[in-house]
Design a protein around this ligand. Structure first.
Ligand code: ARG
Length: 267
């Protein structure tokens, strides 16, 4: 577990170092790029549109309110699009399709509470990080699972398919003990009906699922801490710079903080 935390840390240090070296490309020929993006010319899948790929079953980062996708990522994406002079279009898909959508040029940006990992970096660029996530364990009240280590006693663990929680649990406890669900909420339903013993998922969605399903608790012991970032096409360095430029401004002027605070009230 320690080793993984270290490699995640190294990954984010490297990402920071990389962005620190990358300055704008100095091409003044575009007007789509606003002040946030410096001078770099960037292109998008559909001209004038920022197409975001997400999986909208992950409150408070992305979820449906009626037929509208709202949440931290939806608002950050809107703020980035505004800075870059683009119209935001959000496409909802399975979580494990997001990287493919970005790397095959169907979407410009994956924004989905997505953790930066070395494996994913083989297929996409990651922006600077904009939030921290923690993999936590949800169990029914009164469960004999009291710590992460108790999961090793032959417990059935539910996860969302292809998430880091899935990857870590398969690594640490073996695939025989891991049940993969398309949506986090499907794992929660299986937990409530006693099909599985625990769910491993990111902390903020965990809080939200536990708040709406009485009888569940989140263990105090944290499993893995990670960084969230936007995934972008590897060929599109100019868009990476533009998004990082926008994120930097949104951090500096407090917009990012206020979006996060709106959805994650201080305890
Ligand atoms: N942080 C985890 C990961 O990157 C889970 C993200 C799930 N996001 C979602 N929108 N369903 O693997």
């Amino acid at each position: 577990m320690k080793k993984r935390a270290l490699s995640l840390l190294l990954a984010s240090v490297m990402a920071l170092a990389l962005t620190a070296c990358g300055s704008s490309a100095g091409n003044a020929s575009t007007d789509a790029a606003s002040d946030a993006s410096g001078d770099a010319a960037f292109s998008t899948v559909t001209a004038g549109t920022l197409t975001m790929a997400t999986n909208a079953y992950f409150p408070p980062y992305e979820y449906y309110e009626g037929d509208k996708i709202v949440g931290i990522d939806a608002e950050i994406a809107q703020a980035i699009a505004d800075k870059l002079g683009l119209t935001l279009k959000i496409e909802d898909m399975e979580f494990d399709s997001i990287i493919t959508a970005v790397s095959t040029g169907k979407a410009d940006m994956g924004l989905a509470g997505m953790t930066v990992t070395e494996e994913r970096k083989k297929n996409v660029n990651f922006s600077d990080t904009y939030a921290t996530g923690v993999q936590v364990v949800i169990v029914p009240e009164g469960s004999d699972v009291k710590t992460v280590d108790d999961l090793a006693n032959g417990k059935k663990i539910g996860v969302q398919l292809a998430t880091t929680g899935d990857i870590y649990c398969v690594d640490d406890f073996g695939s025989d003990f891991v049940e993969e669900y398309n949506k986090g909420n499907d794992a929660i339903m299986a937990l409530l009906s006693g099909k599985i013993d625990a769910v491993v998922i990111d902390n903020e969605p965990a809080k939200s699922f536990v708040a709406s399903n009485p009888g569940l608790v989140i263990l105090d012991t944290e499993y893995v801490t990670e960084d969230y970032a936007a995934a972008l096409n590897k060929e599109n360095d100019a868009l990476l710079e533009a998004v990082n430029g926008a994120l930097k401004e949104l951090k500096a002027d407090g917009t990012l903080d206020s979006i996060i605070k709106k959805y994650v009230p201080a305890e």
